[in-house]
Design a protein around this ligand. Structure first.
Ligand code: CMC
Length: 422
């Protein structure tokens, strides 16, 4: 017999079904709550609320498990490449070699960005944060591609996916070129997606440019680790915006804005700035730990804590190992890494962090790798966005295919009751 939950209000009992996910997660299905009782629930930050059912990503925050479409993140980071993982997330199955080659080739067909987009870019000040530019430029892509995606049409949807994957990467790198005063670069269709990222960023017309395989492999892994994370703030934003049937570019642009915040993707930039500050102030990690614990001080230990992981973030483990390897292979000695190690060790021994289950998250070590690869600090969150793009697309597509209703939460009004305007 299927389980139910009984809710008693003013002596009257109401029964609600308990639904079970494929990993035995249980949830009280309250779809009929308001109709039956006239009541709504209150759950700021959605700490207890599921907004959808999803087949894309499974994570268990207590056990530190993360899987895309059933495959463990550890295995994907080791054996797959970023476009393969993107295809898996978006279309549900691992592509065979032929399908993957076609996918890569089809993305290439869309890597040319309309030249008029450059005049939009020109309007931004050189000092603008790249995430702000990226959100605006992604939204602007809608104007250059006004035909909305027919989600019922497989081919139309496939082309929209390839177009988004192709153009987003290029405009993401243009935000950096703009800040440097470099001419905009074009995708080289003879090279791979991740290699193109480095070329698009750093190749200048006056010099030959070669990317090392170590760099490509490290970036590929980082993009895989960021590719999806179920209903986080930016992904929920993408689903929410898309639920009004706004287009894919507009929804992704909203996701970029949500990701920018320092409590979400912006944390990777904040981590590095924090580590630099500690280093510049003599490396006293204890002082910063004390600040993080002081409730009178707004300072938080950036890169620590997670809404759902109450155990080690599995991505952080992989990234920590990768950071050590990359720095060693590239022969980079970075005192910032020593500060990070010291801070992590001290926090893991500290009662405040232990009792609150605060562990390093994905952002704690990613910035150290980006820095070793020569990526400037204010581009770190853009790197997160490039990695998260397939996840956003997959979740948008699933939401539309599931014909989810428009997202429209309720509220409990606590303002003035009716008063006369005299
Ligand atoms: N430093 C110090 N104290 C912390 C921290 C931290 N980084 N994170 C949480 N706490 C404390 C918090 O003050 C609270 O203490 P108390 O119970 O005494 O009031 C307790 O731990 C629970 O925190 P919370 O804010 O209720 O937890 P949350 O689930 O709402 O927030 C978080 C999760 C990620 C926003 C938060 O841990 C945080 O601000 N971390 C720093 C920013 C960061 O690294 N963000 C990246 C997240 S991973 C990448 C991504 O997916 O976006």
């Amino acid at each position: 017999m299927s389980k139910t939950a009984i809710l008693e209000i003013d002596g009257k009992k109401y029964e609600f079904p308990i639904i079970m996910g494929s990993e035995n997660e249980e949830a009280i299905d309250i779809k009929k709550l308001r109709d039956l009782t006239g009541l709504v629930t209150l759950d700021p930050g959605y700490k207890n609320s599921g907004s959808c059912t999803s087949k894309i990503t499974f994570l268990d925050g207590e056990l530190g498990i993360l899987r895309y479409r059933g495959y463990a993140i550890e295995e994907l980071a080791e054996k797959a490449n970023f476009l393969e993982v993107s295809y898996l997330l978006i279309f549900g199955e691992k592509p065979n070699a032929e399908v993957l080659a076609k996918f890569e080739n089809d993305i290439r067909k869309y890597t040319l960005v309309n030249e008029e987009m450059k005049s939009i870019l020109d309007g931004f000040p050189k000092t603008a944060h790249p995430m702000g530019i990226l959100a605006a430029m992604t939204s602007a892509l809608t104007s250059f591609n006004p035909k909305s995606v027919d989600v019922e049409n497989e081919n139309d949807m496939y082309c929209a996916v390839c177009k988004t994957m192709g153009k987003f990467l290029v405009i993401a790198t243009w935000t950096f070129r703009k800040s440097m005063g470099y001419p905009m670069n074009y995708y080289d269709n003879t090279k791979g997606y991740v290699e193109n990222f480095m070329r698009l960023m750093f190749e200048i017309p006056t010099e030959p440019y070669k990317v090392s395989q170590t760099v490509i492999d490290a970036l590929d892994k980082l993009f895989i680790l960021h590719a999806d994370h179920e209903q986080n703030c930016s992904t929920s934003t993408v689903r929410m915006v898309g639920s009004s049937h706004a287009g894919l570019f507009a929804s992704i642009s909203a996701g970029v804005s949500a990701l920018w915040g320092p409590l979400h993707g912006g944390a990777n930039q904040a981590v590095l700035e924090m580590l630099e500050e500690i280093h510049n102030n003599g490396g006293d990690t204890e002082k910063y730990l004390a600040k993080a614990k002081d409730k009178e001080d707004p300072f938080r230990l950036m890169g620590f804590g997670h809404r759902v992981y109450k155990n080690f973030d599995p991505r952080a483990k992989i990234i920590k190992k990768a950071a050590n390897e990359v720095l060693e292979t590239l022969g980079v000695e970075d005192p910032i890494l020593d500060i990070a190690r010291k801070l992590e060790a001290a926090a893991l021994e500290d009662e405040y962090f232990k009792s609150r289950n605060l562990y390093p998250n994905v952002d704690f070590y990613s910035g150290i790798i980006y820095r070793a690869l020569g990526i400037p600090t204010d581009m770190f969150t853009v790197m997160f966005a490039i990695g998260r793009l397939p996840g956003w697309i997959a979740q948008w597509k699933e939401m539309r295919e599931n014909k989810e209703p428009i997202g429209r939460p309720r509220q409990i009004y606590t303002g003035s009751t009716h008063r006369e305007f005299e």
